[in-house]
Design a binder for this molecule. Structure first.
Ligand code: ATP
Ligand code: FE
Length: 355
């Protein structure tokens, strides 16, 4: 079967058509990153307007590339939660219009489930598996037990790791450097960290006393800001200038975030193994979401997992950040088990759940 997926939960307008073997037949992605970087964050009404501007064209391009007509698509899958309400509504409305026009069923998709299952499109990963989702809005550890069924082990108590990367990158004025043009804050920080010393600045590791699987990134952010302020004073850095020891600062921030992620994952390993939540003879660990693009973090988590007897899987980078492909694929997963397939009979909008 063929499913058309639509993603508009944040600042990317993504559409894709995927078949039941996980083959991407056509896709398109319009990013608003440049615009939002300019304003220093996402402004919801602006994001909505951009989605509205690009939505129809994104669908047209994806269909055109696939060589299929709307008639040949079996269902429309669309992100309906979580995300920015104004953004979600654009995708939902468009999905409903397509469903009505083509007499197709509609499949509402949870954006984080889509991140979690992306790997199953490219690799055989059976349930149950432990999954770490690290992105711009979330930090989650969960056991994926089946389609639509997760056991949540922990989440962030404050910021998400992607958010911490973005805010620290902004504080470091990475955008002022041409070589980071077009990169997200996280990607720019990773690139700047490449030559740096991760032990240069001792950013304290959060929640060392906690024995659960929750995360906290606000402390890393604040501690980094203090170090940056001190260094700026020391070097007399003003206005648009950046720190001369930028790479050391970035490497230290990346290291602090990585250490925290690793320590929480270790706790999750112990928990799922002792409670039988994973099959101890076939332990699988998946990492996904935009921050899973980070090579340093990916490498650390791979070593940690392998060392503890897990086979570790991370989707290719372009599937870690938001896209229509993962939504279409989640639609395929739901279609296969006949879950959440809705018939659409009016343009009245489906309830959206912003959490
Ligand atoms: P959510 O999925 O929680 O709703 P989102 O959809 O906005 O949030 P994603 O598109 O999954 O987030 O991920 C975007 C985030 O990933 C941004 O915060 C970005 O800085 C971060 N990111 C991207 N590449 C890297 C990298 N190489 N290193 C660290 N962070 C990165
Ligand atoms: Fe996302």
């Amino acid at each position: 079967c063929h499913i058309l997926g639509i993603e508009t939960s944040c600042d990317d307008t993504g559409v894709a058509i995927v078949n039941s073997d996980g083959k991407i037949l056509g896709e398109s992605l319009f990013s608003q990153q440049e615009l939002h970087l300019e304003f220093g964050g996402i402004i919801p009404p602006l994001a909505r307007d951009m989605h509205e501007q690009n939505m129809e064209q994104a669908t047209y391009i994806a269909l055109e590339k696939s060589g299929l007509s709307l008639d040949e698509v079996d269902a429309i899958a669309v992100t309906n939660r979580p995300g920015l309400s104004l953004s979600l509504l654009v995708g939902l409305k468009h999905a409903k219009q397509l469903a009505l026009k083509g007499h197709k069923p509609l499949i509402p998709i949870h954006h984080m489930e889509a991140h979690a299952f992306t790997i199953r499109m490219v690799e055989k990963v059976d349930f149950p598996f432990l999954v770490l989702l690290i992105s711009g809005g979330h930090s989650l550890l969960a056991v994926a037990q089946d389609v639509g069924r997760f056991k949540l082990l922990g989440s962030t108590l404050d910021d998400a790791p992607g958010e911490a990367f973005d805010k620290i990158a902004r504080r470091l004025k990475l955008r002022n450097l041409r070589r980071f043009d077009g990169m997200s804050g996280g990607a720019a920080l990773e690139s700047a960290a490449a030559e740096g010393d991760p032990l240069a600045f001792p950013i304290a590791e959060p929640l060392l006393q906690n024995r659960d699987c929750n995360f906290s990134f606000a402390g890393v952010k604040n501690s980094s800001r203090l170090f940056i302020m001190k260094e700026e004073e020391k070097f007399g850095v003003n206005g648009d200038e950046v720190l001369p020891n930028l790479s050391d600062m970035c490497a230290s921030v990346q290291f602090a975030i990585t250490k925290h992620l690793c320590r929480r994952v270790l706790r999750a390993f112990a928990y799922v193994e002792s409670t039988g939540l994973v099959d101890n003879d076939r332990k699988r660990f998946v990492v996904s979401g935009g921050v899973a693009c980070n090579t340093f973090i990916g490498r650390a988590l791979r070593v940690l997992g392998t060392h503890n007897g897990y086979s570790v899987s991370i989707p290719p980078r372009h599937l870690c950040t938001d896209n229509g492909v993962m939504i279409a694929w989640n639609g395929i997963e739901k279609w296969k088990v006949n879950q959440e397939i809705h018939q659409v009979d009016s343009l009245e909008l489906i309830d959206i759940n912003s959490k």
